[in-house]
Design a protein. Structure first.
Lengths: 569, 266
């Protein structure tokens, strides 16, 4: 029954003990303790801020002001989450087991039912942790906080079981009828769903301000209320009634009643899913291998590298943009990586830059001076920061190749530059496009735009060089969902601050010298604004070039001292 | 029990008419063979011949599409769990659980195969495969060779009826290879049927009483080395490599000298 095979329970217990052991091991060093405290603190602060956002806005009766039945609203929310969750089931057909477990467990003398139970039990623990965020959000919005929290957790657990059932059914359908479900359709649903969840969470966290300020929707509650009140919609949402009634229960008796019903549904669905007469082995092996490869790509090149390169794209020749020598060859390999992943990665990057541009433009729309002069700079800074984190066609992707790379016949500093250059050029190009596009669309031209575009590639190189210097100094890669999340979050925080401090000091020195030079010249010549801006550029640009050169030398030194035998997990 | 006595008993593993398709491509084509208790069967074939697919199908990792597999008399489809209780699988690249120690892997294996009082045997195996100093090391900390040794310990622990091994010696040092060879022989002597797939033909020649050669999923030959020499018209004293090459297609020396010599001979 629901407990499953004793050996698999032993495995779960041993794995849990193992993760505690790993945590203890990490805590044996001072840095380990600091990283864990920082990561834990950040997580706790995040949950606390979500909890307090409702308190500060006095929104404990958030839905009370709306002309929507709270229970109907919750039914709609649960239905939405179910659709989004089920769309992800298309990418995880069968029973997902990690690559290093799947063969052992499939060859083991345990029934397939028990394997499904084992997986769903594991998922339940993960969901309890992840669901805490939604639980805390609902805690502030439900009539009784505790009911909102516990109800949301149970509802999410049920969702996990439903998703597993659908994954198994899809495995069966795939096995019988081939790939009927186009991955693109599933991706489209996932994107739309993702945007929907983002809007939903932002609305819950920020309140109606989000709808009014960012989406321009006012009086939305009346329209939503009308839709939810429609008999067809009400009928469609009926399956979610018990969960909505549990979350929004106003009395302990009502909560007890509905939570018992929901628990019975959960147990029933759990056993139904475990007993589905489906041989999922073949599809699961495929899914496990696909996900393992995807995680590996994400680990090497960030989220934009998760997809595969189509053969049609791979057949197209990429020009040698950076010369035909050894330097050009290294840069060409990285440029090829960008161009071939460009089908997905560049589109996503363009989308992100576009979003940054729109948000900055909306924030600065009331202040014309800020919008024309400062907004391009803010866009450039934010977009470069975000894209360099997401696109990562840099040393992170080369970590497994460092042994080989170190043997290449190219001076280390030139090697460092060659690996970073294609990414710098691409990101600078995308950001320049966004800044010019915005200026053309809003007719907001300012000399600061030209100044920003001139300095942009050199500043971008400086940032990416600092970023990679810190990485080469402490080469650790992490995939979300990997063990030791808090520890890695803490370390990422420290390393991010380290990068920011180094880069800020560099920027501060360049800015100070530039402004002193301009101030001195202004005293003598009484220049106008445009002349001042270009004087800053004229002073700053050589300093950026000098800084980039020095950073390349430093990068070369770090490549030389890079120990290929170090732990990089 | 003598090896000859064991071989005369009913087969520990029976495979009948096994076929396997991947997207319309036939990877294994109507393969049948038996392995007796205490026998070591060498499974050889060129890359892509279907060796790993055969072993993974027999291990129950891949579902059976066509054919029958019985382990110790238990049908792999009808009595899947019972059949698997008598089977151990050693993959070509064992991947232990990251956060479990060596001893915890054996604890889990003992629970999985219902081995009572497992610790003394586990300690003996850990000592046998030179993992004594690594009992508290986690899976993620083990080298390739150590992972291989751990996989042996896990396979040996429940005294299975059948052990399937896919390239079992890759990653082992010479000392480890010698130790593994002894252990495989001893396991067979205790009555376990072993199917050994390897590209190391000397290993097969040294350990296996019989060999099964497959090419493009089809059985090309099955029998003893002596029978192979007769069947494949190989000269007396010819090596398994010669027999293998004769069975799976004629081999040509690609060097220009060889072709010149061949031309002169003609």
């Amino acid at each position: 029954m629901i407990g499953g095979d004793p050996a698999l329970r032993t495995l779960a217990r041993l794995k849990f003990r193992g993760s505690l052991r790993k945590t203890r091991k990490r805590l044996k060093t001072f840095s380990g303790i600091v990283f864990l405290l920082l990561g834990g603190g950040l997580g706790a602060f995040w949950l606390f801020s979500i909890y307090m956002s409702g308190e500060l806005k006095n929104e404990s009766d958030y839905f009370a002001g709306m002309s929507i039945d709270l229970r109907a609203m919750m039914q709609a929310v649960m239905a939405f989450f179910t659709v989004v969750s089920l769309s992800s089931a298309a990418n995880v057909r069968g029973l997902y087991l990690p690559k290093n477990e799947i063969e052992t467990l499939f060859a083991a003398p345990v029934s397939r039912r028990d394997l499904v139970r084992y997986r769903m039990q594991n998922d339940a623990w993960r969901t309890m942790l992840g669901g805490l965020i939604f639980g805390v959000i609902m805690m502030r919005r439900a009539p009784v906080g505790l009911h909102g929290l516990l109800g949301t957790l149970l509802a999410l657990l049920t969702l996990v079981v439903v998703r597993q059932a659908v994954s198994l059914l899809l495995a069966d359908v795939t096995g019988r009828f081939g790939h009927l479900f186009k991955p693109r359709v599933a991706k489209l649903v996932a994107i739309v769903g993702g945007v929907g969840i983002w809007i939903f969470v932002m609305t819950l966290v920020m309140g109606d301000d989000f709808l009014v300020d960012f989406l321009g929707i006012e009086k939305s509650s009346e329209a939503v209320g009308a839709v939810l009140g429609h008999p067809i919609v009400q009928t469609l949402l009926m399956p979610f009634y018990p969960q909505a009634a549990m979350i929004t229960a106003e009395t302990p008796q009502a909560f007890l009643l509905w939570s018992t019903v929901c628990l019975a549904i959960y147990v029933g669905l759990f056993e139904f899913t475990a007993r589905l007469p489906i041989d999922f082995r073949e599809t699961s092996l495929e899914t496990s291998a696909t996900i393992a490869k995807k995680l590996d790509r994400v680990k090497r090149g960030g989220v934009f590298s998760a997809g595969t390169v189509d053969q049609s794209v791979a057949n197209k020749r990429v020009p040698w943009f950076f010369g035909r020598g050894a330097f050009g060859a290294v840069a060409w390999v990285k440029a090829t990586e960008i161009m071939r992943k460009g089908q997905r990665g560049l589109f996503a990057s363009l989308f992100v830059v576009g979003m940054v541009t729109v948000v900055i433009s909306m924030i600065t729309r009331e202040q014309p001076e800020l919008a024309s002069a400062l907004a391009p700079l803010i866009i450039a800074v934010l977009a470069v920061l975000y894209l360099s984190g997401g696109m990562r066609v840099d040393f992170r992707g080369e970590l497994d190749r460092m042994e080989h790379i170190k043997s290449w016949p190219l001076a280390p500093s030139r090697l460092f530059t060659a690996i970073l250059l294609p990414q710098v050029v691409t990101i600078s190009g995308l950001v320049a496009l966004a800044i010019l596009g915005r200026a053309a669309l809003l007719d907001l031209w300012h000399p600061a735009i030209a100044a920003a575009l001139i300095v942009l590639p050199f500043a971008a190189f400086a940032w990416m060089a600092v970023d990679n210097l810190v990485f080469l100094f402490k080469p650790v890669r992490f995939v979300p969902g990997q063990e030791g999340t808090l520890h890695h979050t803490g370390r990422a925080l420290v390393l991010f601050f380290l990068r920011m401090v180094i880069f800020s000091v560099l920027m501060a020195v360049i800015a100070a010298i530039s402004f002193v030079a301009v101030w001195g010249a202004e005293e003598l010549l009484q220049w106008g604004e445009t002349a001042k801006i270009f004087t800053i550029v004229a002073v700053a640009l050589p300093m950026f070039i000098l800084a980039d050169w020095l950073l390349s030398l430093l990068g070369g030194l770090l490549i030389q001292r890079f120990d290929v035998s170090r732990e990089t997990g | 029990m003598e090896t000859s006595e064991l071989v005369n008993q009913p087969p520990a593993l029976t495979v009948q008419g096994l076929s396997r398709r991947f997207d319309g491509t036939l990877a294994v084509d109507d393969l049948s063979f038996e392995v007796a208790r205490g026998e070591i069967l060498g499974l050889v074939g060129p890359n892509g011949a279907g060796k790993t697919t055969t072993l993974r199908s027999v291990a129950g990792i891949l579902p059976l599409q066509d054919g029958k597999v019985a382990i110790g008399g238990f049908d792999l489809v009808a009595d899947e769990v019972e059949a698997k209780k008598g089977l151990a699988w050693v993959p070509d690249n064992p991947e232990p659980f990251d956060s479990l120690t060596v001893m915890e892997h054996l604890e889990f294996t003992a629970k999985l195969y219902r081995v009572k009082d497992w610790r003394p045997r586990a300690e003996m195996l850990v000592d046998r495969f030179e993992l004594t100093e690594k009992t508290t090391a986690m899976g993620s900390e083990l080298s390739r060779g150590m992972r291989q040794k751990l996989a042996f310990c896990q396979a040996w622990l429940p005294r299975p009826r059948v052990v399937l091994m896919d390239e079992p010696l890759s990653g082992l040092d010479p000392r480890g290879i010698r130790s593994a060879k002894h252990a495989i022989r001893e396991l067979a002597a205790e009555g376990t049927a072993v199917v050994l797939s390897s590209h190391l033909l000397e290993l097969i020649e040294e350990l296996s009483a019989r060999l099964l050669i497959i090419d493009r999923g089809k059985r090309v030959f099955m029998g003893t080395l002596g029978e192979a020499r007769v069947h494949l018209s190989a000269a007396e004293g010819s090596s398994l490599e010669d027999i293998f090459l004769a069975a799976t297609g004629e081999w040509r020396d690609p060097t220009p000298e060889a072709s010149t010599e061949a031309g002169a001979a003609e």
